[in-house]
Design a binder for this molecule. Structure first.
Ligand SMILES: C[S@@+](CC[C@H](N)C(=O)[O-])C[C@H]1O[C@@H](n2cnc3c(N)ncnc32)[C@H](O)[C@@H]1O
Length: 227
């Protein structure tokens, strides 16, 4: 990375870090979700929201603020999430059926919005990190098939790479509109992008019991990372 790019990245990182501290947000990532919502209109008051990869809780804070007291927010993560008023949290791996069952119970019906800021542990080659990120996105898509209302919305983070096209095709088969976006609060040189999908078609309507052994995805290797 060029020296100037790194300098810009560090200033931006520091800016949002300080702002998050000042405004009592748990992560810099809060600003990414606020910017996405301001631009794409994700939340409405009273919405029911599922947040995958929710720790430490920056997105949960934003979602709760925006859906208000009548709204419902449920967060899932491998890691502990400090309690947050009016928000339900589940500690678990979303790639496991037991976590999916807990999530379905906590939501108690269908959700209006599914969010995923899930990220694999970074460390392999870039192409491995990208593949793991796409795999996490597919688990988030799986959650949509089970829990998202017809007409619902999804915001998912992905590390860019050559599997993007097939991920986008999967999303386009399920949503009326799919857009790729990089919010200003994402680092300039970051390879992360957010995919904003609206108008869920609910064509599959999968129940957990419908998941046969053949359909189950292979054991998942990427277990979380806070980036
Ligand atoms: C970038 S952080 C999320 C930050 C969060 N959006 C916020 O604003 O505070 C990514 C999270 O994804 C979680 N994660 C990764 N794989 C997961 C999985 N299989 N199930 C649940 N959470 C997972 C990690 O534990 C990590 O906390």
């Amino acid at each position: 990375m060029a020296l100037h790019d790194r300098w810009v990245q560090e200033r931006k990182h520091e800016h949002y870090y300080k702002l998050a501290k000042k405004l009592n947000y748990r992560s810099r990532a809060s600003f990414k979700l606020m910017q996405i919502d301001d631009r794409f209109g994700i939340f409405r008051e009273g919405d029911s929201v599922v947040d995958l990869g929710a720790s430490p809780g920056g997105w949960l804070q934003v979602a709760k603020n925006r859906v208000g007291d009548e709204g419902k927010v449920v967060g899932v993560d491998l890691r502990h999430i400090r309690p947050l008023e009016g928000v339900t949290t589940i500690i678990g791996d979303i790639t496991e059926d037991s976590t999916m069952i807990k999530l379905l119970e906590a939501v108690g019906g269908k959700a209006d919005v599914v969010l995923s800021d899930m990220a694999p542990n970074i460390g392999g080659s870039y192409s491995t990190d990208h593949a793991r990120s796409v795999e996490l996105c597919m688990y988030a898509v799986d959650v949509c098939d089970r829990i998202l209302k017809k007409g619902g919305k999804m915001v998912v983070k992905v590390f860019m790479g050559d599997m993007m096209d097939s991920l986008i095709k999967e999303l386009e088969s399920r949503f009326a509109s799919v857009k790729v976006h990089s919010p200003a609060a994402s680092r300039d040189t970051s390879s992360e992008m957010y995919i904003i999908s609206k108008g869920f078609l609910a064509l599959k309507n999968v129940e957990l019991k419908d998941l046969t052994e053949d359909e189950k995805k292979p054991e998942f290797v990427s277990k979380g990372g806070n980036i």
